[in-house]
Ligand binder design. Structure first.
Ligand code: MG
Ligand code: ZN
Length: 244
């Protein structure tokens, strides 16, 4: 009898992980640098998803169009090696990989970029903040966890809009066990799900960013069990995927 193909789960953060930029900041850097500055000034006092939603309303008032925002997303840097890496692994039969995108960006930014790059269906699930274009071309962004409902109870430092660790746990509960989970991330908010990985799992943490800093400072105390591999450019992720 042939052996069962190895079942693995690939979890991707989006900003600075799947893509080489931060979608929330980039659309304003391209279209309205004064709003990008305003974000910087308000970041410490306003919840981030609410801040993005607020800046989208201001941009809309200033006459910035849907076309301009989509245009910025289409020129946002995505490394060809990352696209090759995911397409090749997605097509592989052994290992058989499920792709899960877990991101603090939003549905519109992610779907616009994936579609533009010809990989609209690469992810089996995208868990992120909801967003919709209103009829008048206003982009409305909302927190994944409604601020008026029950809040998550995460103590690891996740932003109120979403606990990435809870979301990963819920996905695994729904889909069952994987022989191996590989988590590709860069930010301090990727630390919570990474702490929940097992010994046989791997985090691919981007160098010189918040996740690396938290792994080094807090990993041992938090009981981090998974293997940690650092990467700087997407070509390295391509190499790692090819060896799975
Ligand atoms: Mg990120
Ligand atoms: Zn959390």
């Amino acid at each position: 009898m042939p052996l069962q193909p190895k079942k693995i789960l690939i979890v991707f953060d989006f900003d600075w992980s799947f893509v080489d930029q931060d979608t929330d900041r980039w659309i304003f850097e391209v279209n309205a640098p004064h709003l990008r500055r305003k974000m910087e000034n308000l970041e410490s006092s306003t919840q981030w998803t609410d801040l993005v939603a607020m800046m989208c309303r201001e941009a809309h008032k200033e006459g910035i169009t849907r076309e301009q925002i989509e245009g910025a997303l289409k020129i946002l840097p995505v490394h060809p090696a990352m696209l090759r890496a995911v397409k090749k692994l997605k097509a592989s039969e052994d290992p058989s990989a499920t792709f899960f995108c877990l991101s603090n960006a939003n549905e519109v930014f992610i779907s616009t970029i994936l579609k533009d790059k010809g990989v609209a269906n690469i992810f089996d699930r995208v868990t992120t903040n909801p967003a919709t274009w209103e009829d008048n071309d206003l982009l409305v962004v909302r927190r994944r966890i409604d601020p008026n409902g029950d809040q998550h109870t995460c103590q690891v430092g996740c932003s109120p809009n979403m606990c990435k660790g809870d979301e990963l746990a819920a996905f695994l509960k729904e889909h069952g066990e994987y022989e191996k989970v590989i988590y590709i991330g860069d930010g301090s908010n990727d630390f919570c799900p990474v702490v929940r990985l097992r010994e046989q799992d791997t985090v691919l943490a981007r160098t010189a960013r918040g996740l690396q800093r938290r792994i080094e400072r807090e990993g041992a105390a938090a009981g981090l069990k998974c293997k940690v591999v650092y990467w700087e450019g997407a070509w390295e992720v391509e190499e790692i995927f090819a060896g799975l």
